[in-house]
Design a protein around this ligand. Sequence first.
Ligand code: C2E
Ligand code: CA
Ligand code: CA
Length: 277
Amino acid sequence: MAERNIFTLRLEDMKRRVSKVYPRVMAKELKRAIKTNELAVYYQPKVDTVTGKVVGAEALIRWRHPNRGLIMPDQFIPVAEKAGIIIEIGKWMMLEVCRQNKSWQDKGYSKYRISVNISALEFHQSNLVEEIKQVLKKSGLEAKYLEIELTESKAVIEEDQTIDKMKEIKALGVKLALDDFGTGYSALGYLKVLPIDILKLDKSFITELEKDTIGRDITASIIRLADILDIGVIAEGVETRAQIDLLAAMGCHIVQGYYYGIPLPAHCFEELYLKEL
Ligand code: C2E
Ligand code: CA
Ligand code: CA
């Protein structure tokens, strides 16, 4: 019994130490990862359900760790934010995506807009607009083929300069999407004041669609309101035909989710969605 206690204590102590040390180790490894090409971009198609055709894509970051395998963004983006390296990662990501998109366009494929995610911290960096300008210049991509997805959060919505900054980004010709709409902070009223082009209906609404009529009514109202305000709507996390049919009946025809395709590395995305068109 005593031995078990010692063992348990040691285990807890180890866990405590690992949880303290690990983010620090991870942050150090992440800094290296940018230089050693361990970061990768995966692309998930956005599809028009009326034509069944791909109309764009979202770029999602992955970390191909040499020992730990593929690490998902939820596991390392918060560490990158805390360690202050998210700005560097975001810069790398945006340039990589714009270069890739330009290279696909140069190969003669249909031209698509590809979105990148930026966190509140990235949004608030003082020279974001200049960084975006530089990325567009370096890659040669036309601004209209870049979209920025910004998660609705207190940190973003409540800031005084938020609307001005959004307008500056839009003035470049870059599109702006409000991500995860409905999960967090913003009230419907914000839609009227935020200069956004696209609203991304969060997966939680889509899951609710098949369950109850209240969830369905709320989703339909958001889609209607967005339509009145001339904001495009895209549904994310769409996994079933039934969800697609319900969304279509509500007037939402652009969707993204496992039903049409999972996020894929650039060469797979090219093979599957670009070459055949
Ligand atoms: P998000 O922007 O909401 O991205 C959508 C997430 O849902 C992605 O997870 C995607 O793989 C997943 N997903 C897509 N379709 C389906 C579906 O049908 N069912 C389900 N269950 N999931 C689906 P992922 O790639 O793990 O990314 C997680 C989050 O990490 C993203 O959420 C985004 O907030 C963040 N993230 C990803 N890449 C970046 C980046 O380059 N920079 C920043 N700052 N954040 C990023
Ligand atoms: Ca997103
Ligand atoms: Ca989202």
